[in-house]
Every structure is written in C-alpha cells, then in structure tokens.
Design a protein around this ligand. Structure first.
Ligand code: DGI
Ligand code: FE
Ligand code: FE
Ligand code: FE
Length: 187
C-alpha cells in the first residue's frame, strides 16, 4: 500500500480529533527525527499508524491478543495499553507493513520498554508532546525533548506512572522496567 492509501485506511479507523492528533504526531516525529538523527520516513510511517486500533472494541482486541500470542499479562492491565501491541500486528497483517523497527515503534508507543531504539523514543515522545496535547508538565516535556531525548522519555514515563498512581490504577510492569532502565541511561 502506498502512503496515500495508508493515510486513507488510517483516517477511516479514527475519529476526526484522533486523526488530527495523528497528523500532529507525524509532524512532531519528523521534527524530532531531524534533530536526533532518526529516519524521518520510518518515523512518519510509525506515527501515521501508531493509533490504528485506538477505537477497536475491547472484545476484538482481547481476541487478537490471544490470536497473535501477545503477552497475556496485557489482559490484566489497563485496556488503554492494548491498541499499541495489537495495532502493530494488525498493520502488518492488514496493511502489509513489514519493517520491524516501525512495528516496534507502534508496539511500544504506549508502554515503553527497556532498550528502546531511537525510533521508538521519537514516537513515544512525539505522541506525548504533539502541539494538541494539554496536561500539567507538557511544556516542560516539550523543552526537555529539544535538549535531551532520553530525559524526555524518562520524564514522560514518570508523568504517566504518577498519573496512574494518583488515580489508584495499576502500572504495567513493562512501563516500570522502561522507567528504571531510563534512570540508569540518563546518569
Ligand atoms: O493513544 P494515545 O492517547 O495517543 O496515547 P498512549 O497510547 O500513549 O496512551 C494511552 C494511555 O494509556 C495513557 O494516557 C496512559 C494509559 N495507561 C494506562 N496504563 C498504563 C498506561 N500507560 C503506560 N505507559 N503504562 C501503563 O501501565
Ligand atoms: Fe496510542
Ligand atoms: Fe504515549
Ligand atoms: Fe497517540
């Protein structure tokens, strides 16, 4: 599928506001790639596809977690996590995207993971700072992303973990491992 066909396929899956979010993540990911030396083509493609399954029904995603033998611990954690690993499998199967770096950037864009690649970090941070995002700390994160990408990844993980704890929610272990890894990485 060419880029225009992919864009149409993604737009069809999303609400208007989520599609606009996706376009802003693409622009932000392209800018971060230029600054930090990631491949801008791969970054734009991963950004375009990152929320492909965002609005799929829980039952459908639950079945796909089992079908594709994705980590079953996902089922015991927040459903918000599911669209990322499920999305990576679905864009491979349905849209024919085969690049593993791109698929990993989609797969880990919500949870993060230890040893994230540069491309994964770019997508993770672009999603958190695209210009439509409004939440406490987003301005600090935007300026951090221009100074130090690794510190921005850590800060975003800290923000999310604190947010979840304040709401009495579980934190997915991979997010904690990602955070602990980045604490060492920025030393
Ligand atoms: O899909 P988006 O809204 O663009 O952004 P996302 O995929 O990064 O995040 C979806 C939400 O998932 C995020 O606001 C926080 C929530 N969430 C729930 N449990 C966890 C979690 N995020 C992480 N990183 N780890 C969790 O355990
Ligand atoms: Fe997402
Ligand atoms: Fe995110
Ligand atoms: Fe997103």
């Amino acid at each position: 599928m060419n880029r225009e066909a992919l864009k149409k396929a993604v737009e069809k899956e999303l609400t208007r506001s989520r599609w606009e979010h996706t376009l802003r993540v693409m622009e932000t990911a392209a800018a971060l790639s230029k600054q930090w030396g990631a491949d801008p083509e791969k970054a734009e493609l991963a950004a375009l596809l990152h929320d492909f399954c965002k609005f799929w029904p829980d039952d459908r995603m639950r079945s796909l977690i089992v079908k594709y033998r994705l980590p079953e611990d996902l089922l015991e954690h927040n459903k918000e996590l599911w669209h990322a690993p499920v999305g990576a499998e679905v864009v491979r199967e349905e849209l024919g995207v085969t690049n593993e770096e791109v698929l990993n950037a989609i797969r880990y864009h919500t949870s993060g993971r230890p040893h994230m690649s540069l491309l994964e970090k770019v997508i993770f941070v672009a999603d958190a700072i695209e210009p439509g995002r409004r939440y406490p700390g987003v301005e600090e994160l935007r300026s951090l992303a221009r100074q130090d990408l690794d510190r921005a990844v850590l800060q975003s993980l800290d923000n999310t973990i604190c947010f979840l704890i304040e709401r009495g929610q579980k934190v997915y272990p991979l997010t904690l491992f990602a955070r602990n890894y980045m604490v060492e990485a920025v030393k």
